[in-house]
Design a protein around this ligand. Structure first.
Ligand code: AKG
Length: 199
């Protein structure tokens, strides 16, 4: 049995290796980080278009340093031994405008063994699937999900493009931006070097 995901936040089969911590951030942290994120997004991310917009901090391109607030988040991930000995060296900020999602996928090997995703802004659901087994997660602002083992390697995940829906007995709406910060330990930079013509 896997008790790492509260029943209130998952429907279907619980993937082995999945953790969801709904109150990972305090209400104050959530407000502060969300504000920081909106300012950052307005300054750095394109303000038009229907795609996903993103910015890396740390690996793989080291163009931006980790935000100061992330130190506490990384420390908390380390306390819970989520990244084992070595802390994450990469954070990806993704902005999803209402109705924007991503396609069903499993992250490539180059993204490392563990993925920890912090959600901010509008609530959304995430669909996960392994053959006929399906799961749906409720991702609320301030929550952290972690994919390890089977959840990381064998299950696909997707943010559907819906702007509203029902999860268990709760209605949810995505009329505002959603942001995610995905924390990773990226050791092998060879693919990115190749992509940038550096190798
Ligand atoms: O926004 C999210 O939480 C999902 C991000 C995602 O699918 C990915 O980084 O592979």
């Amino acid at each position: 049995m896997n008790l790492q995901v509260p029943k209130s936040h998952i429907s279907g089969t619980i993937p082995q290796g999945l953790t969801l911590i709904p109150d990972f951030l305090t209400a104050k942290e959530r407000k502060d980080i969300e504000e920081w994120t909106r300012v950052r997004a307005a300054a750095v991310l394109p303000n038009k278009g229907s795609g996903m917009h993103y910015e890396w901090f740390g690996a793989p391109d080291f163009k931006a340093e980790f935000p100061e607030w992330s130190q506490e988040i990384v420390a908390r991930l380390q306390e819970r031994k989520i990244f084992k000995n070595a802390p994450p060296n990469s954070i990806l900020l993704t902005q999803y405008r209402p109705g924007v999602g991503n396609n069903t996928h499993i992250d490539e090997d180059r993204y490392g063994e563990i993925i920890a995703g912090l959600s901010l802004g509008a609530t959304c659901v995430m669909n996960m699937q392994r053959f006929r087994e399906k799961a749906q997660l409720l991702l609320e602002s301030g929550s952290m999900y972690v994919f390890q083992n089977e959840a990381r390697r064998d299950w696909t995940h997707e943010i559907p493009r819906a702007t509203s829906g029902k999860f268990q007995d709760k209605d949810w709406q995505r009329t505002d931006d959603r942001f995610s910060y995905t924390f990773r330990k990226i050791d092998d930079l060879s693919w990115w070097k190749w992509w940038n013509g550096e190798s």
